[in-house]
Unconditional design. Sequence first.
Length: 158
Amino acid sequence: MAKELKTNAIRFLDKCRIPYEINIYECDEFIDGVTVAQKLEQPVEETFKTLVAKGKSGNYYCFLIPVALELDMKKAAKSVGEKSVELIAVKDITKVTGYVRGGCTPIGMKKQFMTVIHCSAKELDLFYISGGRIGTQIRLSPADLADAIKGKFEDIVQ
């Protein structure tokens, strides 16, 4: 792999010896996850987006959900033991995570946040998540990801 493609996420997976595949697509700016899945001919239900939220306590959390679905804020809050959570502003994504909008992934962030993965991923052998930059997707086992980042599976969508 070309050195310039090694994102923090990919370095983390290499360090943990987690098998993965990379899907690259041409893109200069943010496009939604459904469009990315269609562009790469990936099943939409196997392509997940990373959302970052802040709880009432001030703690940050990552939520991975299928790209075509919406996060249920009450279920999300309950899954992390908060009274409520609120998605962080787009302008704060890089400051909080180290990643840009459209390239945010739960691995290799500045700090590892508690991560909740939608329970539908548990039924999949492999799924797609952002690779840590716009234009890069990683295909890996949801179970391997959850083990590596101490994530958990719960129903967090509307």
